[in-house]
Ligand binder design. Sequence first.
Ligand code: FAD
Length: 370
Amino acid sequence: MTCAWRLAQRGAEVTLLDQGTLGSGASMAALGALWPSSVPNPGPLQRLQRESLWQYPEFIRELSIAADRTVNYLRRGKLEPISSEKHLAQCRREVEFATHYWPPIPESEELQPAMQILSPDDALRLEPEAAVKEWGAVICHRSAQVDVSDLLAALRLACKRSGVHIRENAKAQDVAIDTGRPSVSLANGRVESDCLLICAGHGVPSISQAFPLITPVKGQALLMRSNRPVIGHIIKNGALFLVPWPDGRILVGSTTEPEAGFDVSNTAAGVAFLAHGAIETCPALAGARIESVWAGLRPTGPKRQPILGPLPNWPRVFICAGHFKVGIGMAPRSADIMTRWLLGGDITPDEHQFVPGSAGAAATHRSKTK
Ligand SMILES: Cc1cc2nc3c(=O)[nH]c(=O)nc-3n(C[C@H](O)[C@H](O)[C@H](O)COP(=O)(O)OP(=O)(O)OC[C@H]3O[C@@H](n4cnc5c(N)ncnc54)[C@H](O)[C@@H]3O)c2cc1C
């Protein structure tokens, strides 16, 4: 939807096909956590992710106007209790890198550091209910969160208002290029176009075996609600993270189950991991109500990197898929890149790394059968 909206904004006539309803794939399962990769000496993937997050406030502002709808977005930061001496040393390296290389926070009035190590006392002053150990915590002030249902509803509206033709319950069954123009076959006919952009998540290989292998990686999550505000920041504890909203909702994510294939059930072990992890991270949550549980399938490119660009040997066919755990975060930047690929514009050397078949995505192709 982000790609369709951006292309239509630039004057393209866009038809958006979805096999179900728009936003019903992995995106609907996402928790909307937006934290920049804090890996020092980043590669193209970390840079893509960070640049996309730096764009987020402006992206949300533009989207809210285009959709004429509020999209809840908050930048309250992410707190991560430090679990060992080794973890502390790693956090120090990340803080040093962020301090030197991350751009200043544009919307903040005071000069705030991007990341900081907090003593146990300072961490508890900020989050009195968090389980903080003797090494303290690291806070990332650049981390933000977006309400994903707002985001998806606004993207749908922005698409409609910018003239995108939306066709739901329209499953792409095959793609052909024999007329020189790409075409998609549907249950009730074919759609032909000048360009075709495939953003079908883990459904990409089911459209054509010749397309890159995007695999599903299941993630389970749950929603808790407490009677009083318990935490104010995203809190990360190993693989588990809590995303609190001022209305008392706390989203808890997530499991990583590559072996689960296309199964989207919630399992006892998955829900126990999330509930136990939430209480361990913040004991006051023991009394919180569990309101819902769900699971989604993260579209995962080989090397866990997205694939963005033209498909070799498929003239005018492009792909944008495989964003794994950060597809909501990487949406603004990915759509910019795809808009330049489709409508013309400079592609940076970093962005070339995500082209199917490039060095960065070299192992991404299955053998071509078509
Ligand atoms: C539990 C969980 C938590 C997450 N939390 C976060 C988070 O906090 N932050 C973050 O940035 N990311 C998060 N993610 C990851 C994020 O959800 C994904 O990276 C992102 O949603 C992928 O978006 P997408 O549009 O590529 O794929 P999808 O959202 O899966 O969309 C693909 C679309 O293609 C359609 N489709 C598939 N096949 C066909 C076909 N043959 N014909 C027509 N249409 C087709 C589908 O119906 C679907 O609508 C999370 C994921 C999970 C599962």
